[in-house]
Design a protein around this ligand. Structure first.
Ligand code: ZN
Length: 511
């Protein structure tokens, strides 16, 4: 009966590059024998000379190691999936020979001798020394050696990386690991868009920056590090906020865009500009322990608007600045984005186009959802209504009005004036207890957002109630809720306790 066997990359060169094959057998033993029969080159990698399965080859039936089932006698049925899992050392085992003699070899150190013997005849034609020098300097050839010896990369692939132009929007949690790895990998031109300066709160995840960089312009500090990692790459700085006015001019000079933004207006802006210019947009987002990644390329699949037609109401979804993020998370998601960029440049593998990858660090799980192109998408659907960039702040419901004109908002200086005038008001802090412990405004009453329903009776409707949180998003939700209960004298502290620390109480600890 036919069963499916998944072949690891290290062994696919013996199975005509197939990642899965169908073989016959009633138990694991028969399946493995049939596999070795069909692909004789594979035999010596699976079986030792005495005919036993090699000790560094593990065989799994579905998710179970057959050693803990009935070993080779474990019966198999049609729907079963058998996976061969060889040990992979990661490093390169053969360093004695000079470059011109190196050959593309697999990562399995245990059978290096056989591999070298079996492949020493062909690869010279694949990577003649002249090609290696052509287009790459001696230093680059050495630097990228571990790339060049992968058949899917080779000299041509490395030259493609050198010619590639990748724009990274946002030198933050996602942009830092992405830019470091792309620079190290030899992507010839890397553009960075960011207008911010390095802040202490960046350091737990934005690994390109050091403590000494606090206060420096992000793009400049990043360029210094990237040049130190790889002086061969061109780092183009766009020290600006990406806007509807400049996005097209910036993005058109690149082949691929990596979205490392942390806010909805810029995310939609990046998406729309990429669709209008026909550029792939590698998406990543992070929150607390969760991450998402995909590749939006409207010529082949959906765009971000196909996934989310419009953003959530302003303030409803907390940002990382409000909700926090595990420091390593942008490293994982950022490197998935960098991986997708390199695959697109090399034209190899299956990209995340049409797939949404969900990562959960707490479960340590990756899940994948299918994404479909929405025929009614206003940007890439059949009846397009968006043909140029729009006002994204307005689209995302972010007020453009000056604070004074918005009668629900109060700025920190005004609030301070009310305190100084001994105005009878209640200041309600809707953050969490842990945040309150870091810093709080003297005299404030702590009612975390999640408790506001149960504890609204503690508040006097006749008094002015000023609500605040970290940046102003959660307190706006609290304000809307209290308004629905009939409270009328409500204000939201614009910019939250963060703005208060900046404008009124500079000695306060910020986070
Ligand atoms: Zn779309």
């Amino acid at each position: 009966m036919p069963v499916k066997v998944l072949i690891p990359i290290a062994l696919q060169r013996f199975t005509d590059k197939k990642s899965s094959v169908e073989v016959e057998g009633k138990n694991i033993n028969e399946v493995m024998l049939d596999l070795a029969f069909r692909f004789p080159e594979l035999r010596k990698h699976i079986y030792s000379e005495d005919g036993n399965i090699r000790s560094f080859v593990n065989i799994y039936l579905n998710q179970e190691d057959v050693r803990f089932l009935q070993k080779l006698e474990t019966p198999v049925k049609k729907s079963d999936v058998i996976t061969i899992v060889p040990s992979i050392a990661g490093g390169l085992f053969k360093k004695k020979k000079k470059l011109e003699n190196q050959v593309p070899v697999g990562p399995d150190s245990d059978h290096v001798t056989e591999t070298q013997k079996s492949e020493n005849t062909a690869p010279q034609a694949q990577h003649p020394i002249q090609t290696i020098i052509d287009g790459l300097t001696d230093e680059e050839t050495k630097r990228y050696n571990r790339h060049i010896i992968i058949p899917e990369v080779g000299v041509e692939g490395q030259k493609q990386l050198k010619r590639a132009r990748v724009l990274i929007v946002g030198a933050g949690g996602l942009g830092c690991p992405t830019s470091l790895y792309l620079a190290a990998a030899g992507v010839g031109k890397i553009g960075l868009v960011d207008f911010d300066v390095v802040d202490h709160t960046n350091l737990h995840r934005q690994i390109i920056f050091t403590t000494q960089d606090v206060g420096k312009k992000k793009v400049e500090a990043a360029k210094q590090k990237l040049k130190a990692v790889n002086p061969n790459v061109d780092i183009i700085l766009h020290e600006t906020k990406l806007t509807s006015q400049n996005a097209m001019d910036i993005i058109r000079n690149y082949d691929i865009v990596i979205d490392g933004t942390d806010n909805y207006p810029t995310r939609y802006l990046v998406n729309d500009a990429c669709v209008l210019l026909g550029k792939p947009n590698i998406y990543g987002s992070i929150f607390q322990f969760d991450g998402q990644a995909s590749v939006f390329d409207a010529s082949k699949g959906p765009c971000y608007r196909c996934l989310y037609k419009e953003p959530p109401p302003h303030g409803l979804v907390p940002s990382c600045a409000e909700g926090g993020v595990l420091g390593i998370l942008p490293g994982i998601i950022g490197l998935i984005q960098a991986t997708e960029a390199i695959k697109l440049i090399l034209g190899t593998g299956d990209s995340l186009v049409g797939r949404l990858l969900l990562f959960n660090a707490l479960d340590m799980s990756f899940r994948e959802l299918k994404l479909r192109k929405d025929p009614t998408c206003p940007l890439c659907g059949t009846n397009k209504t968006i043909t140029q960039l729009i006002d994204y702040e307005q689209f995302c419901g972010i007020s453009q009005k000056p604070v004074e004109e918005d009668d629900e908002q109060i700025n920190p200086k005004k609030l301070k004036e009310l305190f100084d005038k001994k105005e009878d008001l209640i200041l309600v802090d809707v953050r969490e207890q842990s945040e309150y412990q870091i810093c709080h405004i003297e005299g404030s009453k702590l009612i975390p957002l999640g408790q506001i329903k149960q504890r609204s009776e503690e508040l006097d409707k006749n008094k002015l109630i000023v609500l605040h949180c970290h940046h102003g998003g959660r307190s706006m939700q609290a304000l809307s809720y209290l308004k629905s209960l009939g409270f009328t004298k409500l204000k939201n502290l614009d910019g939250g306790i963060d703005a208060w620390a900046d404008e009124v109480e500079p000695t306060m600890t910020k986070y």
